[in-house]
Write a protein that binds this ligand. Sequence first.
Ligand code: SF4
Ligand code: SF4
Length: 434
Amino acid sequence: MKPHKLNRRDFLRRSAKGTLGFGIGLSRLSRDNEVFQNYPSIKEYRKLGRTGFLVSDIGSGIPYSEAVLKAVIDSGVNFIETSESYDNGRNEILIGKTIKNLNREKLFIATKLNISLGITMSQDEIYTRAEESRKRLGSGYIDLYMMHQAQSILKVSDRNFHRACDRLRKEGKIRFVGLSCHGSFWWQEQGGSLEDILIAAIEDGRYDVLFFPYNFLDPGMGERILARCKAANIGTMIMKSNPVGILESYESVLKRGDELGFLEQKDYETKKIQMEKAGNFFRKYGMTGTEDLKRGAYRFILSNDNVSTICCRFRNFSDIDMYVGLSGSRLNEKENLLLAEFRESLGFLNCRIGCNKCEKSCPVHLPVSTIMRYYYYSQALSEQETASSLYRNIGNNESGICRKCQGHCEKACPHNVAIRFLLADAHRQLSKIT
Ligand code: SF4
Ligand code: SF4
């Protein structure tokens, strides 16, 4: 797709139409447009594996409004990702409305079937669900139909899913098949790790594209999977690219020291020293905030040529500036040092998404990695309500048991993550939102 630039007048006219249609006030619009004067465009397109489609290196994950999505597409982004479960199908409808009068062939749209958490579906049900997604998207076909959150090796080869996909493909309703994965819900032998599940998907041979977490904090697994995908000509979509957001929440928890539980208090002084180290880290690099780190986190991913696209969440017009502005760039030497030092001195603040290594040590079987993923939604992506509602479905943790526990998981963590502290804060943050 040829990158396209709107002139400012066109942009104002089109976004005003879309924004008003979505019920956001004019004052907000004019504020956003001020931010949006230097309109960036996509600079690099990459092959999405065997689909052969050239997708923008920056893709759109979960669009937030028609106006913003329209501007995102106008900036040259041609890859859009959603799911039947986002906003109960309304997110697919939003995309359908936005692309209605656009050249469909120039866009690549992926949606997902929510088949996770032990859900079993018949072939007919999967076929019907795909058709409903296609209709909501207002399109004759779905470019990529994905299994959402495959949580075990067994799920990868779900017979009904593949049979339904075969039929949909033959009828031209879907073009390619994919799988997304955050790892298993809780550590269990038959579930497998994130890497086990993704390798099973590569070896299965029927998946054209895989969608998984990869970031600079724990790059080894991601790099192995990306290399395997490249060898098998499988396209790759990256999520959970920016692990920096947790840092800000940790700082605010420490400022509220009086809210800490008894065992957390014991850790408090240690954590304070660690955070002073963080302060030194920021001073050393002359940083007043985390923006440089966030940009570095995205450039780290773009520097890996085995990545096809990063799915970024564009919440407003300013996000176009931020994410599309990164297109075509690579990590520079200063950022490389910054990320390496962040990993070294502040890596204890982030649970590695998809890692389940400590879970078998938990006497009450809490899904540590899953809870930390919801915490990430809340702290790094500001998705508090969604995170809270997912958290409430977990069970086992009604009383915030981690606050009183000796922290078996923390002792078992190979990355020395301050996990008991983070779990206690996750409980505090996620259980109070209704
Ligand atoms: S706390 Fe450590 S071992 Fe446990 S899931 Fe997180 S990174 Fe993995
Ligand atoms: S702090 Fe204790 S209860 Fe909480 S996850 Fe770790 S081991 Fe389980």
